[in-house]
Design a protein around this ligand. Structure first.
Ligand SMILES: [Mg+2]
Length: 481
């Protein structure tokens, strides 16, 4: 625990929704919901105007539509969000070599490692300047928390929202945390909160009063011990630069070489569970599952499989590990087994929900299935009509005559487009047939800039994954260790 609030947590405000409002002048000041727009979609981000109606992240979009029928419901545009994210992360990396991104719009920064004096006035000045720089570079607002520990810095940025900065002075954390609900603490999800509630524990103060022994009894050793420390405001987890924490892995060496296929398989399952346990304890998820096998003759090989999105689901990691094991000849006897998860991009559930929801919709459409076009502009969807993915609400289009715009709605064989750009006045709406040859998908425009830059976005994404990316790519390499 530091004696000065030198750990900074940045969190952009309602990131996806705010980016859409910046891009689409007609939506500014209005409720906007970004996420899966189909019948089984999930909300990724709601603008503050939509939150007033009770719309929240991870809520089924159908429920959000009931709560806030007049909001604009948009598909996510990850290309744009990644561009903005790159700009923000670059500003953070200018502050310190220790930047730990948690998602596209959230990161910890160790200001002490960046040479900022360990004094409240100095770190506050850095935080305020960062907020101004982010606003100038992206047009969007972010909130900053400053504290002596990661957990507290995150709680501070939450308290600062929207568009603010909060410092938690070391020494005041117990008093501050005490009355907060136990869900405030990292690692306390609905299930843990319910276990604690049944034991009469609702607040952080009650968690601390329960004592370590009682928490261990309720939650098990690792979780109980960790939670007790958090309840006391003790959190000495370091800020870990992304490049330093790309993987979590566990391995076991066996005294006697394993030859029995079932035994090998069971060991791999056990290691997969242990690996996921460590992953979850670190609050991370990863995209690539790796197994390592050392044979009786000390030859070592690894096999890896890259999943469609990051996971911390034990069932997913177990299945992938067993699939990989099936590609390895273990008949000569196995000396060592390992299971790891790499590609810890630090994507949070928010990103994942939106990504899965849009992918699922695309699949349903490809299958001629039940995807439901937005009804907003063109009435009820026509039965049996397939909505091309490019006409999802919110997506960029270019019309030969009218220029750049975005899809406002689609149905009955028609698509409604609003022609406006991030730097224009709110634009007009026009309706076309879905197969109008003058209309084609467009690229996201930069949020800041002007008409002179409209044909050449100022910021280019570093990488864009192709829409039809393969489900998994099996890789193989001989371990260098
Ligand atoms: Mg955010």
């Amino acid at each position: 625990m530091r004696r000065a609030p030198t750990i900074l947590h940045l969190d952009m405000d309602a990131f996806y929704a705010a980016a859409e409002q910046a891009a689409k002048p007609s939506l500014r000041g209005k409720p906007v919901v970004v996420g899966g727009i189909g019948p089984r979609g999930v909300v990724a981000t709601a603008s503050y105007e939509a939150r007033v109606f009770g719309v929240r992240s991870a809520m089924p979009t159908a429920q959000a539509r009931r709560l806030c029928p007049n909001a604009a419901y948009l598909s996510p545009r990850f290309t744009l969000y990644r561009q903005v994210s790159d700009t923000v992360m670059e500003l953070l990396r200018a502050l310190s070599p220790l930047v730990e991104p948690l998602s596209l719009d959230e990161a910890f920064v160790d200001l002490e490692a960046g040479g900022v004096p360990a004094e409240t006035a100095a770190v506050r000045a850095v935080g305020e300047q960062l907020r101004r720089d982010i606003k100038a570079a992206t047009g969007l607002t972010g909130s900053v928390g400053l504290a002596g520990a990661k957990m507290l810095a995150k709680i501070a940025s939450e308290a600062a929202k929207p568009d603010g900065l909060v410092v938690i002075e070391p020494g005041t954390e117990r008093e501050l945390l005490g009355p907060m609900p136990v869900r405030t603490l990292p690692g306390v999800g609905p299930a843990t909160a319910e276990t604690l509630r049944r034991a009469g524990i609702h607040t952080v103060a009650e968690t601390a009063e329960a004592g370590e022994a009682e928490l261990v009894r309720l939650l098990g050793k690792a979780h109980g011990t960790g939670l007790y420390a958090m309840a006391l405001g003790q959190d000495d987890r370091p800020v870990v630069a992304e490049r330093d924490a790309k993987s979590v892995s566990v391995e076991d060496t066996f005294e006697v070489d394993l030859t029995d296929r079932t035994r090998v398989r069971n060991e791999v399952l056990r290691l997969a569970d242990r690996c996921v346990g460590r992953l979850r304890a670190a609050g991370r998820s990863g995209r690539t599952v790796v197994i390592k096998v050392r044979n009786y003759d000390f030859s070592t090989l690894t096999r890896s499989e890259t999943l469609r999105g990051p996971t911390d689901d034990p069932a997913v990691v177990r299945e992938a590990a067993v699939r990989l094991l099936e590609t390895v000849d273990t008949t000569g006897g196995v000396r060592l087994l390992g299971v790891g998860v790499t590609g810890l991009a630090g994507f949070t559930q928010e990103d994942l929900f939106a990504q899965l929801a849009t992918e699922r919709e695309a699949e349903e459409q490809a299958a001629g299935g039940a995807a439901e076009p937005a009804e907003e502009a063109a009435g009820e969807p026509e039965a049996g009509v397939e909505l091309p993915r490019r006409w999802h609400p919110g997506l960029d289009v270019v019309h030969e005559e009218f220029g750049a715009g975005w899809v406002q709605g689609s149905g009955l064989g028609r698509v409604t487009v609003r022609f406006e750009t991030p730097w224009s006045a709110p634009g007009r709406v026009r309706t076309f047939t879905v197969d109008d040859p003058a209309l084609r998908p467009g690229e996201p425009l930069p949020l800041l800039g002007g008409p002179d830059q409209s044909s050449a976005p100022a910021i280019r994404p570093k990488s864009v994954s192709p829409a039809g990316e393969a489900e998994s790519e099996a890789g193989e390499e001989i371990s260098r260790r």
